[in-house]
Design a protein around this ligand. Structure first.
Ligand code: PRX
Length: 636
């Protein structure tokens, strides 16, 4: 029996039981047998969910890049680590072998050092999906700097907020980026952001679009000449297992984004272990995760998980609709992709198109299909299964979060029987629990509740950067001695889990986690807006979309409504990014409120979703009359 690579259902149950009975020896064995440690840990685990404090492999010393690159050089030096597929299909793909990756990461690491970056310094990376993104992340890890990748679709305000929150010293960016037909002036966004960022001492700029851009004297430098002159020798910095590896921001239901902190040892072990099992990766397979590295899915399953296993991982610069809706399938044929991992929103969008976009291509290399980021509806599941997988590729519906670092609930392909819309069973070492509103664990099957974890797992985030109090309040205070995920779930008769969605004010739009409060904060700054409430409602392709209820100030009342709508969305684009735009904006004269003045979002969610027959008791509201007015004017 192997703890690391499960191949049969009976083996899964055995490994799972062991992982629960004795988590320390289970994870200790995985960590010892499959990774390179410069010094072995003193304790596998120390934990206290009340503080909260979680430490895995404490006292262990390692460098994650040694595990992801150096140790593969002898046997896999000429194997592609990364295959970069550019936006434009007429441009050649780039195969970066492990040897080449090693050289490029070392050079980049030396450039970082020459700029005064060292262990523990924060480096912000604001790059499109070009090889420099992967290389710069690994270069930070090589020297012990903490990377903070900001998705390159975020606005200048979102970028500066994140840079300032973690006092980043250096920023790595590009002149511009391509997304389908569009070319985006990334450096212009950076220049705007940096007006408000005092901590940034230097900016390294990669060339992608070759546009003429502004370079700030004394601050900005082109990256390539620095790399050309750098040495390709760079010894890995030896780090503690519990040193931070990266910060990645995720939206909260209130307040500013949360800088989730992941540490080196546990994250490495967990992402590698989950990658190997959930995709049943075999040597020489080609794995493709379509996520952007700006999200956790890209961190864990384009870079760290695959590379820790010596895998070949595709990095795709483009979009699924360019040059046409067959692009994903073309790339699968071209690179003979074996495991394909994408989001339900992409599946739904592509399923709407003619199947000729699919049947043109040979997809016979596929063995496993994955889904992540939001619940996958039954129709999309069947299309994925029948049209893409031809009924032969198990679908792994993987549930996890930025906070969990890696996949928590998922079938293991060819091992766990799948059912559409079910994330099925916990991975070994993952101990889910469902809790009721009073905080009591609901035992047994055929029950629904709030999804929690009763025991730590190695990949969990250890804190929120600079705000441990918020970490405790958000994840460990709702229920005693439990990690609370913010999601609801149902457990069926055989113990399979089905995620039912968020139970807080976070809405998952096209797989992106969006807090409604930060969007409200952004639009309330518009001079014509007095107050607003944002809720999610079901959407055919995006899963959910955003519906805004907006009260205008007197100055706004006389203005053209369409113009105000456009300005409100522009305000959101400027503060957060296009992903947070509102699908519908309804102007209202008031919002339903409780007697203590809290907006009753439950009612607004029902109105936005057109579930009007079941609004519940509205008589206790401060202003029950407003409900009819909001319903009468709702936007279909
Ligand atoms: O609501 C769950 C949903 O996405 C949330 C986490 O979002 P984020 O931190 O951005 O990470 C996304 C990629 C890991 C969860 O709280 N979610 C994620 N995967 C699934 C899901 N909902 C249902 N089914 C899934 N497979």
């Amino acid at each position: 029996m192997s703890n690391y690579h499960i191949k049969h259902l009976e083996e899964y149950f055995q490994v799972y039981r062991k992982s629960v009975r004795d988590p320390e020896s289970f994870w200790g064995e995985v960590a010892e047998e499959h990774f390179v440690w410069r010094k072995k840990w003193d304790n596998v685990l120390n934990w206290d969910f009340n503080k909260p404090e979680i430490k895995w492999f404490e006292g262990g010393k390692l460098n994650i890049t040694e595990n992801c690159i150096d140790r593969h050089l002898r046997t896999r030096g000429d194997k592609p680590a990364i295959i970069w597929e550019p936006n434009d299909p007429s441009q050649p793909a780039v195969h970066i072998t492990y040897k080449n990756l090693h050289e490029r990461v070392c050079k980049f690491a030396n450039v970082l050092k020459s700029k005064g970056v060292g262990k523990g310094d924060r480096v912000c990376i604001y790059l499109p999906m070009i090889p420099e993104l992967t290389i710069s992340i690994l270069a930070c890890a090589r020297i012990g700097a903490i990377h903070s990748v900001v998705f390159a679709g975020f606005s200048s305000t979102a970028l500066s907020t994140r840079i300032n929150d973690s006092d980043c010293k250096l920023l790595i960016t590009a002149d511009g980026s391509y997304r389908g037909k569009k070319s985006i002036d990334l450096k212009g966004i950076v220049d705007e952001a940096l007006v408000n960022c005092d901590s940034i001492e230097a900016v390294l700029v990669a060339k992608r679009t070759n546009e003429n851009i502004h370079m700030e004297q004394g601050r900005d430098e082109w990256l390539q000449p620095l790399l050309d002159n750098a040495s390709m020798d760079c010894e890995p910095e030896i780090m503690d297992a519990e040193d931070p590896l990266f910060i990645l921001y995720t939206s909260g239901s209130t307040g500013k984004p949360k800088g989730m902190v992941h540490t080196i040892g546990g994250y490495m072990v967990f992402t590698a272990f989950t990658f190997k099992n959930i995709f049943q990766y075999r040597e020489n397979d080609v794995f493709w995760c379509t996520a952007d590295i700006g999200w956790v899915t890209g961190h864990s399953y384009i870079i760290y998980g695959p590379l820790a296993n010596g895998a070949t991982s595709i990095m795709f610069e483009g979009v699924p609709s360019y040059p046409d809706f067959g692009r994903f399938w073309e790339v699968i044929e071209k690179h003979r992709v074996n495991q394909f991992y994408t989001a339900p929103t992409a599946i739904r969008a592509l399923a709407k198109r003619s199947t000729e976009f699919v049947t043109k291509y040979d997809l016979s290399s596929l063995k496993v299909l994955g889904s992540v980021g939001e619940p996958i509806n039954e129709e999309a599941w069947h299309w994925y299964n029948d049209i893409i997988g031809k009924g032969k590729c198990p679908i792994v519906d993987t549930w996890w979060q930025t906070e969990t670092g890696g996949i928590m609930l998922s079938p293991i392909p060819y091992v766990t029987p799948t059912i559409p819309t079910y994330a099925t069973l916990p991975l070994p070492g993952v101990q889910p629990a469902l809790l009721d509103d009073d905080g009591v664990e609901i035992k047994g099957n055929l029950v629904s509740g709030r999804l929690c974890m009763k025991f730590p797992w190695p990949g969990m985030a250890r804190t929120i950067w600079n705000d441990h109090k918020r970490y405790k309040e958000t994840y460990f205070s709702a229920y005693e001695n439990m990690y609370f995920s913010g999601d609801g779930a149902f457990r069926d008769a055989v113990g399979y889990y089905r995620i039912t969605g968020r139970v807080d004010d976070v809405v998952i739009v096209s797989g992106h986690n969006l807090g409604t409060a930060p969007i409200e904060d952004a639009i309330n700054q518009h001079p014509a807006v007095a107050e607003s409430a944002i809720v999610g409602f079901p959407h055919d392709i995006k899963g959910n979309a955003l519906y805004g209820f907006v009260i205008l100030k007197e100055v706004g009342e006389t203005r053209d409504r369409e113009n105000v709508r456009n300005e409100i969305n522009q305000q959101i684009v400027d503060h957060i990014g296009p992903i947070a735009k509102l699908e519908k904006i309804q102007f209202v004269s008031g919002l339903p409120k409780t007697r203590s003045g809290k907006i009753m979002r439950r009612i607004l969610r029902k109105i936005a979703s057109n579930e009007l027959s079941n609004l519940g008791d509205t008589s206790t509201l401060l202003n029950p009359e407003i409900v009819d007015h909001v319903i009468e004017n709702r936007i279909d």
